[in-house]
Design a protein around this ligand. Sequence first.
Ligand SMILES: Nc1nc2c(ncn2[C@@H]2O[C@H](COP(=O)(O)OP(=O)(O)OP(=O)(O)O)[C@@H](O)[C@H]2O)c(=O)[nH]1
Ligand SMILES: [Mg+2]
Length: 323
Amino acid sequence: MSVLSRIKQLFGAEDPVQDGSSVEAQAVPSQSQEPDVTATVQTTTPQERRSRSTAPDLDALEELLIDAGIDVDTTMGILQEVGKSRLLGRPTAEQIITRIRAKLSSVLDLDSTLHVDGSPAVLLVTGVNGAGKTSSVAKLANMLKHQNYKVLLVAADTFRAGAVDQLAILANRVGVPVMRSVEGQDPSSVVFNGLQKAVADRMDVVIIDTAGRLENKKNLISELQKVTRVIEDKFGLPLSETLLVIDATTGENALMQARTFSEAIHISGIILTKVDSGAKGGSIVGIARELKIPVKLVCNGETLLSIKPFDKDDIVNMILLSD
Ligand SMILES: Nc1nc2c(ncn2[C@@H]2O[C@H](COP(=O)(O)OP(=O)(O)OP(=O)(O)O)[C@@H](O)[C@H]2O)c(=O)[nH]1
Ligand SMILES: [Mg+2]
């Protein structure tokens, strides 16, 4: 059941604020903002709803926010506000939902501009294995190509057998060139070769696909650090974006991943993948709150077109409406 349906069930959907002068009365959202979930609500009697809304079950609210992947601090902030609002009158489910929306929106309110200006712009794509890096590189290349950017892909996952071919097939489908590597090659060297080619061919954007798995995490991180040094120090090009790919179905581990990567290299944004999987994806809120890393792109399927710029309302809806 979605967070929103559960809140309506817990707190009642129809009980109005008794005291019309309460500040809470101003917070009722318009009908168009809230999807219709009254079918769920009608399974409880008016008496049940009334008794629930006079003694809102904050523990249950806490549990359901945490279950949705929202971090403890943000959850506590929401509970505090709901608790405070109870002193002013009897909050309805709609008012609680309005507060949750406002809180999530404010935490997610970071600059999500994707920077693709440069000569060329260099975008490094990283993340744990299976998160959706290679697919996202291809989707992003396709998106930028359709915006008339000349894009070169660099296959810097030299660890996993088949990784280079996977990217090359996708590059071919998109219709963009790829700097290939051979298995076991130093990723930094293929990145260097890719940048040379990009400059020679006057490319606008270089997107670098990296490995998600090495023999161990330490090697993965030091390899990434080496790649960034080669781009910025040796080649002398600033990184326009270092994008961390996070699978929306990952629970609290997503925050751990974001911490680990951002301790090692500067992460400028997140590509949130697999939002079509029905995941609530609330872990993105903890990442935004603690690390202030914005989501820049969202992937919602397996086709090349399944990518779009971050939209705060979409993500808040995903968190509240996913079952
Ligand atoms: N449904 C869905 N599947 C996705 C999405 N993004 C990626 N996938 C799938 O997730 C799987 C892994 O994607 P990859 O792009 O190969 O992931 P990766 O991070 O490059 O994996 P490694 O190279 O092994 O580290 C593939 O089956 C993709 O089709 C998405 O937005 N939605
Ligand atoms: Mg890959």
